[in-house]
Design a protein around this ligand. Structure first.
Ligand SMILES: *[C@@H]1O[C@H](CO)[C@@H](O)[C@H](O)[C@H]1NC(C)=O
Length: 367
């Protein structure tokens, strides 16, 4: 047993060395090209690039097979078979994949960092064991003095104002609301109060970034919660998309558009981009074959109806894994495949105003 674990940690070290070597090579090329805007990433498991894995709670962080099996050929802390959306977006922007803040040895912050972590919520009381949005922003604040040491005050100010701050957050808040009220009706005033608290807290966090010079913000809206295999499983729903979670996600997304617009008046120079992930994913749930997906209801990895029971990678549970993730829209009970993530990223990066408003990410980067 001892031998086996020291062998596997040796393998891990070797793999990590290879990864950092590759990233450094890309990074150097990018430095030479000049005035790149960094990408700072915040959010939940949809954007997690390894934070939860390096946070060290065994089994919490997409660390076992089959995660990572297609693109990386091994688990790398991402809850999908390959890349997450921020990886693709960084690549389109000419940047290396954003490194998770907690990964040992990560000290170069000039291209951005990924703070997103599985289970993260906006409301701090909902999932105390996770790295919530507030903690992610706290981590971000810690890199600023280090960046100043590395590149000086002036260059730090330039980087912070040129940077794009990318968010995918609040989906877990609403999932938790359903989880905590399985046998109760959630009144509309309760939904409204909940949403107002989320929007209020998001504003507080964005302002912290704005106050240190951040100006360019990008948001992926909340996905079709009612079509998620895990939600359907939890609610015992047999059908394509359960209405109540759908309505709640849409209510939030609708309010968020107005909210972002009002932030522009409150914070001079605030610029943003919102990607309508909700509609794009729902479209694929309903018309999978048009986008190259044979299976759009059941996850590739998991167990139970729709593979909505979150057993993927759990060593003490039995689960099954499909042989071709490229046929699938969902990789597990709640996360889409590498192939789907690439399609979403292309829309976010270069899509027209029917999917990303008021400007796409490519335009936001260039501002
Ligand atoms: C932020 O969230 C907390 C609950 O975590 C809530 O009590 C508070 O009112 C919210 N703040 C704002 C400004 O909405």
């Amino acid at each position: 047993m001892a031998t086996k674990s020291s062998l596997s940690s040796l393998i891990t070290i070797l793999l990590l060395t290879t990864i950092s070597a590759t990233v450094t090579a890309t990074a150097t090329a990018t430095v030479n090209s000049g005035k790149q805007a960094p990408l700072f990433v915040f959010g939940d498991s949809l954007y997690d690039g390894g934070m939860t894995f390096y946070n060290g709670i065994p089994g919490a962080g997409a660390e076992y097979w089959p995660y990572g099996e297609t693109h990386f050929q091994k688990p790398v802390g991402r809850f999908t078979d390959g890349r997450v959306i921020p990886d693709f977006l960084a690549h389109y922007a000419g940047l290396p994949f954003p490194e998770p803040y907690l990964k040992p040895g990560v000290e170069d912050y000039r291209f951005g960092i990924n703070f997103a972590s599985a289970g993260a919520c906006v409301l701090v009381e909902l999932r105390p064991e996770t790295i919530n949005l507030k903690m992610q922003i706290d981590y971000f604040m810690k890199i600023i003095p280090k960046l100043k040491e590395q590149v000086g005050e002036e260059e730090t100010s330039r980087l912070l104002s040129k940077a794009v701050y990318l968010f995918n957050i609040a989906g877990n808040d609403y999932v938790t609301l359903f989880q905590n009220n399985l046998k109760k009706t959630i009144s509309s005033s309760m939904k409204k109060d909940f949403m107002d608290q989320i929007l209020g807290n998001i504003t507080i966090h964005l302002k912290r970034i704005y106050d240190v010079g951040g100006r360019k913000f990008a948001f992926q809206n909340i996905g079709p919660l009612g079509c998620m295999p895990s939600m359907k499983y939890m609610l015992g729903y047999r059908g394509t998309c359960k209405k109540e979670p759908q309505d709640l996600a849409r209510m939030h997304n609708h309010a968020f558009v107005a909210h972002a617009n009002s932030l522009q008046t409150q914070f001079p120079g605030f610029k943003y981009s919102i990607y309508d992930f909700h509609s794009s994913l729902k479209l694929r749930v309903l018309s999978g074959p048009k986008y190259g997906f044979k299976e759009t209801q059941t996850g590739c990895c998991g167990s139970g109806r729709y593979h909505g029971d979150f057993t993927c990678q759990k060593k003490d549970k039995s689960f099954s894994v499909c042989s071709n993730p490229n046929d699938y829209l969902w990789f597990d009970a709640a996360h889409t495949t590498d192939k789907a993530n690439q399609q979403f990223s292309k829309e976010f990066w270069a899509g027209s105003s029917d999917v990303v408003t008021p400007v796409n990410l490519q335009t936001l980067f260039a501002m």
